[in-house]
Design a protein around this ligand. Structure first.
Ligand code: SF4
Ligand code: MG
Length: 327
């Protein structure tokens, strides 16, 4: 069936420095990435901060417009739609952010915070919105009497529940959750992740889940995409990625994820060097300056992101038969 989200060759740069004679400096935030998300699926984008995950989330929801490439939503190309044309689609795509405290207005009552998207997208009366807000608070594990309070009266985990209720209010089909549990204690993290999973089943939601932490996305994800310096380097079904990561960067990331049984611990791979600047990314494979498996060809030739096994895509010369046959 038609995927809910399909992005093709997405690219986004930001001007960081206006140089002389048109010699401008650009930050290449997202560099030619492609993926799709099926209906009801959870696709997670993982990578270090600054790798382009959040920009990708904003491109998918069209809060940003790409320089190149296309975004398709439920079979419709939405890349160039204007604000007016985007309005009915915006209702279908809601975001949940990392810091619910920063994203929730402290001067608004919880019921108004939760119902704010309804004010934008529906013609419901104040009474109808209040009623829905109370119901939604119970759906996310809070109480309807919390409706009259203010966000600052709640703990971080409760505030994230309020943020989720707000996102749910307009019955979206897609929720883009950008580091939704990163600001929370580990014990609270799993409660919020469980809630997200329950809601997915209940409402048939599709998730684009963004995290810097592979251990956070392990249970919630169906498929995972790993990003490095603006590029997607590997996508795979969750189990296959954790059992047998193919890309050297995924292998390094995964080697630092704690496992319950220490005897099963993976050998730790420490990457050399620092993360290069996305303003001046390395030539060839962007990971070549830090890759333990780097070959001569990697310094000049960009690896193609391609399917190497059914359902698994990798951008690495190690999996390119043409390159390897010459080596
Ligand atoms: Fe490492 Fe080369 Fe593969 Fe890049 S293409 S990840 S440098 S082996
Ligand atoms: Mg799921």
């Amino acid at each position: 069936s038609t995927p809910l989200i399909e992005v093709k060759g997405l690219q986004k740069s930001f001007l960081v420095n206006k140089g002389w004679f048109g010699n401008n400096k650009y930050l290449q935030a997202v560099n030619n990435i492609s993926f799709s998300i099926g209906k009801g699926e959870t696709f997670s984008l993982v990578g270090e901060s600054g790798c382009g995950k959040s920009t990708t989330g904003r491109l998918v929801t069209r809060l940003l417009t790409p320089n190149q490439g296309e975004v398709w939503f439920n079979g419709q190309n939405i890349t160039q739609l204007n604000d007016n044309q985007m309005r009915p689609i915006r209702k279908e795509m809601q975001m949940v952010f990392q810091d619910p405290y920063a994203s929730l207005n402290p001067r608004m009552k919880v019921k108004d915070l939760v119902a704010e998207p309804l004010l934008i997208h529906t013609k419901l009366s104040q009474g109808e919105r209040d009623k829905l807000a109370s119901e939604l608070l119970e759906v996310v594990g809070l109480n309807s009497f919390h409706a009259e309070r203010y966000a600052h009266e709640f703990s971080g985990g409760q505030r994230q529940r309020i943020g989720i209720a707000r996102a749910l209010s307009v019955r979206p089909s897609l929720i883009v959750a950008d580091e939704p549990v990163s600001a929370l204690d580990v014990s609270i993290q799993s409660q919020v992740l469980n809630l997200l999973q329950d809601l997915q089943e209940q409402y048939g939601l599709t998730y684009l889940f963004i995290s810097h932490d592979l251990s956070v996305v392990e249970h919630i994800s169906d498929r995972i995409g790993v990003m490095y310096l603006g590029s997607l380097v590997e996508t795979a079904p969750k189990d296959e990625l954790y059992e047998r990561p193919l890309h050297p960067y995924t292998q390094a990331l995964l080697s630092s994820v704690p496992v319950p049984d220490p005897s099963m611990a993976r050998e730790r791979i420490i990457l050399k060097g620092d993360l290069p600047s996305p303003v001046d990314p390395p030539s060839g494979c962007r990971f070549h300056t830090r890759c333990p498996a780097c070959m001569e060809v990697c310094k000049t030739k960009v690896p193609v992101f391609q399917e190497v096994e059914p359902g698994r895509q990798v951008a690495c010369h190690l999996y390119d038969e043409e390159v390897m046959s010459k080596n």
